[in-house]
Design a protein around this ligand. Sequence first.
Ligand SMILES: C[S@@+](CC[C@H](N)C(=O)[O-])C[C@H]1O[C@@H](n2cnc3c(N)ncnc32)[C@H](O)[C@@H]1O
Length: 207
Amino acid sequence: MSARVPRNIPVDVIRPYVVETPDPPRALDLGALFDPPGPVEVEIGFGKGRFLVTAAELQPERRFLGVEIRHVLRDFVAARLAKRSLTNARVMQADARIFLREIVPDSALRAIHFYFPDPWWKKRHHKRRIWTSQLFADFERALEPGGVLHLASDVDMVFDEMCARARERSGLREDRSAKLEPPCTTNFEDKAGDEGRVVGRTAFVRV
Ligand SMILES: C[S@@+](CC[C@H](N)C(=O)[O-])C[C@H]1O[C@@H](n2cnc3c(N)ncnc32)[C@H](O)[C@@H]1O
């Protein structure tokens, strides 16, 4: 995925949109990163940021924190947020697994958006797949009661395995009702639609 921060955007302009990853990792009060402070929704692996930027624009009353493993994408999306002055969204560079385990306090999140994780097709790369039972145990722990886990993928194997991992958690209950539909699509979702692939989408509520 190629993405470049426009050269004419100075570091000082994107800095307010970037949350530095605590090193060593430690729990952060995520709600306090925003003004006014309040409940936070996290997007895991935001890529070029279509969902994060559009959702923040459409829902100015909500707070969004995007977590992405690639620095270049963090800065690219910070520049997109800065261009639109979207102060209800921030981005952080981190491995989502460490972010959830070490940085997110219990019951801290109002929603988690987990869309189109890399399938890592080759057998020798399977260990890089992040939709593990551990990740879903961390999703369950991180969500507040009534909080929502949104899942989507255009790869049947990935979607089925994510749903199976979520169904293993007694604290998550599937809810496909339209009221939980997110406000917009992601870059990969649009690409799948353009290429005629079916997208699997569902949501689980923290009980
Ligand atoms: C296939 S892309 C999907 C991007 C976006 N969610 C979308 O639907 O357009 C997967 C994204 O997850 C990011 N990613 C992969 N492993 C990750 C990890 N361990 N923690 C955070 N992000 C990760 C990748 O860098 C990439 O941007």
